[in-house]
Design a binder for this molecule. Sequence first.
Ligand code: HEC
Length: 497
Amino acid sequence: MDIPLFHLDWLNNRMLIALIATVHALINHSLAVGFLPLMAWLENKGVMNSGPTEITDARWDKMVYKMMWTAFIITTTIGAMTGVGIWFSVSLVSPNSIASLIRVFYYAWFVEWTVFVTEVVLILIYFLTWKNSNKSIKAKTRHIKFGWYLSVFSWVTMAIIVSILGFMMDPGNWKNDKNLITAFTNPLYIPQLLYRTPLAMVLGGTLALFLASVFTKRGEEIRTNTFKLISKWILCWLPFAVAGSAYYFKVIPETQLANMNVAIGTQAFQQWYDIMWKVILGATSIILITAILGLWKPKMLRAPFLAITLLFALAFMGLFERVREFIRKPYIISEYMYSNLLREEDYPLYKKDGLLKWATYSSTPVITKENKIEAGRNVFMLACSRCHTTQGVNSVVDVFDKMYGSTGKPFDETMMKNYISNLHNARAYMPPFPGNKKEIDAIVAYIKQLQITGEVLEGAQETGVTLNPEQSVEAFKATAEKNLAKEKTDIENIKKK
Ligand code: HEC
């Protein structure tokens, strides 16, 4: 409402965030949180298993170094860039929600930033001093310690962000007691942490198995030994990952679980839900089988099979993220802000006066016959464009067309009006329509025109902005002056009396 809206009509705004954030989360969990402690552990094994005159087993150490090289390159390039990319994309697409989160989690994010910078410094030290540290046992021991410090800092960055993710699903007591501590200790925080930590370890393990198969030769003793160790690692963490995900599911709020149910969910929900369970079951079994083979029949494991295991493990996590984003709807911050970036508590005002009157950048504060289509476009931008495009992914023309049986006939105006005024009851994952009756008329006229002309909605990055004259500085000044003048006469009147 207060910030001009960026819009991508072909890809869909949410998809932009989803693509960047999913890549980032997968890299973070598999190559940082879960992988780094495994590397420190394996590096240490090289030292323990070396001969009495050696500092470490040189071949073993070289292999672990190569694995760490992979993690270093990917985390410091794609990992770091997608991390910054999340900030860019959410500030463009979802400025109000990120602004709210920054206000609530200000100090948590500040700490997160210092921890992150430390993590970057530690990964530089750990990776770049590796070769030099092989010169003395003292240096090697210190190097391994740095691996452990790095692992701890990497886990802490995740542990802070997870609280914010939990908060968005269920802010808990924060609704009554608005402070950082209640926000941080939201009901979903610990369950998510208990699920993500072992999951990251399992992901790190499956990735390390695959890399070990790339960096060693078939039949080599070093390969079987590495497979055995990593398989042990996976078998230790897998039960906790499964238990953690079950616990996490148990504490998801009822209303959100209902979102997964056929009764009110769309076809899409039901499909995702079914796929999710199949993938979770499939992934858990294939990871389990891989780890058991790795421990007892390591020679049977080959790179292509390990690549498939890795993909299943990544899909396991990817689907959890997808479902998490899905079930939070219609909210972006549960029971506080809807996905259209409007706060629930402001709804009565919008319903009474209309959305357009209170939008800072609206070219049509008052709807007339002449500006009806333009007003409809403005309403669509404010109320629907965070989830729907006009002609691209999840296009509003397509969803209406599908709902009316894909006949391609012009949409029925009355049916559309009824549907939009009932949006949230029809499909619980959509927020209620925020505006007044006139605005429903306008958005219907606009969508009908979209169907005929196929025109594309451009975001503020293309069209620029028009300030709502009712929300301009001049307008506020005029009101303030009027109020001041009135106050003055009131005071004078009182004095006279
Ligand atoms: C929270 C995001 C969100 C917002 C905001 C939103 N929608 Fe939707 N809408 C969806 C999703 C997701 C679907 C399901 C698409 C599917 O089933 O493939 C959908 C489906 C629809 C459908 C088809 C429903 C059906 O039963 O098949 C219509 C019509 C629709 N939206 C109109 C609107 C209009 C008009 C607005 C703005 C006033 C709006 N939506 C706002 C997410 C949203």
